[in-house]
Design a protein around this ligand. Structure first.
Ligand SMILES: NC(=O)c1ccc[n+]([C@@H]2O[C@H](COP(=O)([O-])OP(=O)(O)OC[C@H]3O[C@@H](n4cnc5c(N)ncnc54)[C@H](O)[C@@H]3O)[C@@H](O)[C@H]2O)c1
Length: 348
């Protein structure tokens, strides 16, 4: 029988308390959250009281020293992912880490080295890989429905959806919408294209809207206020080339003067698809055009992602979003900023 795991959460902010902890409450048969830590100890204490977590601490080091855990679930702001991950790996703990992998490619590479040196299991919590439609899409791909997926378009565009606090501070966040929501769109699209090897990227990013004062909008407010800095981009336009002449176009925005969009299209040699709802564009057995919506089992993707990680730890399996994928996607995101700075296509 699978062992019930003991988890320690680092970072008691918005994503920990609004998504991970509610998901853990549904997974009590396979995992127990035994400790939580935050550099603001009152936050760790409040979460511990609300969610009946027996221990709370003010750092990952204090938690690792005082509490026996099987894995660390990293829910800190992005610039703290690397130091927390490295401390956990050195202590021999498996790691589940919120997206994006890190604030910089260098931090991401240091995380990969620590994970590999320690031989621990690592999974990037890129939640959109774990949604029902993505799982179905992957299943259809593996059954040969799409043939070879050679091109994709993805958009994650908000009209006025810039988060508050540390998210707009490059030092803590690493970047703006490219790292925050671009990672969701680009990661899931690249994964569903069957992870083609990136070759180059051509991109521009814009800072023209900045710290807008638009009224009547709601924003994601992290618990971490940051340093009151606003030096992140508003939007990005991106074109990736992959080995074998495959391509991906991406449009990403926290703020833009246009309609909101969250779409992905995959184009394969036999069929293509769009999402929400998953719709397949192919030909039927008689050779006519065929457009259909396959049956999708709905799920809670945060629960699904944690369940998958726990299963991988228990069975010694590599998760579907391993450290190697996380580093490749971080290289792609880093390429966007390098290309924008150079105003030309750059190699990845
Ligand atoms: N999967 C998603 O859809 C999704 C949505 C929002 C945020 N996120 C990710 O979750 C992470 C946290 O975002 P958030 O909105 O919860 O931010 P938040 O500010 O609400 O929470 C982060 C917490 O981490 C704490 N912290 C910072 N450094 C620390 C350290 N070294 N040790 C212990 N605690 C530390 C802060 O004090 C804060 O309480 C980010 O990486 C973000 O990209 C993911």
């Amino acid at each position: 029988m699978a062992k019930k795991l003991r988890a320690g959460i680092i970072g008691a902010g918005n994503i920990a308390t609004s998504a991970h902890l509610p998901a853990y409450q549904k997974l009590t048969d396979i995992v127990e959250v035994v400790a939580i830590a935050d550099i603001v100890p009152e936050r760790a204490k409040a979460a511990a009281e609300k969610y009946n977590i027996p221990n709370y601490y003010s750092s990952v080091e204090e938690l690792l020293e005082n509490c026996e855990v099987d894995y660390i679930d990293i829910c800190t702001w992005t610039a703290a992912h690397a130091p927390v991950c490295i401390a956990a790996a050195k202590a021999g703990k498996d790691i589940l880490c919120e997206k994006p992998l890190a604030a910089t490619l260098e931090q991401g590479l240091a995380m990969e080295k620590a994970v590999k040196d320690a031989g621990v299991n690592f999974m990037l919590a890129v939640v959109t890989r774990y949604g029902g439609e993505q799982i179905k899409c992957r299943e259809l791909y593996e059954n040969g429905v799409f043939g070879e997926i050679y091109a994709a378009k993805t958009q994650y565009v908000r009209r006025r959806g810039t988060p508050g606090g540390w998210f707009t501070d490059k030092e803590l966040a690493g970047g703006g919408p490219v790292l925050d929501i671009g990672v969701h769109a680009i990661d899931r699209t690249w994964y569903l294209m069957d992870r083609p090897k990136p070759v180059s990227v051509s991109a521009e990013v814009s800072y023209r809207i900045g710290d807008f004062k638009t009224k009547g909008i709601t924003r994601w407010m992290p618990f971490g206020k940051g340093n009151g800095v606003f030096d992140t981009e508003d939007s990005a336009t991106v074109f990736f080339r992959f080995e074998g002449g495959k391509t991906m176009m991406a449009e990403i925005a926290w703020a833009i003067n246009g309609p909101e969009r969250a779409t992905t299209q995959l184009f394969g040699s036999k069929a293509g698809c769009t999402f929400e709802p998953l719709t397949i564009y192919g030909e039927n057995e008689e050779g006519y055009l065929d457009t259909y919506k396959p049956e999708v089992t709905p799920n809670n993707y945060f629960e699904e992602e944690i369940r998958h990680f726990v299963e991988c730890v228990n069975e010694g399996k590599t998760p579907i979003s391993p450290i190697e994928d996380a580093v490749t996607v971080q290289r792609m995101l880093d390429g966007i900023y390098r290309s924008a700075e150079a105003h030309k296509e750059v190699t990845i």
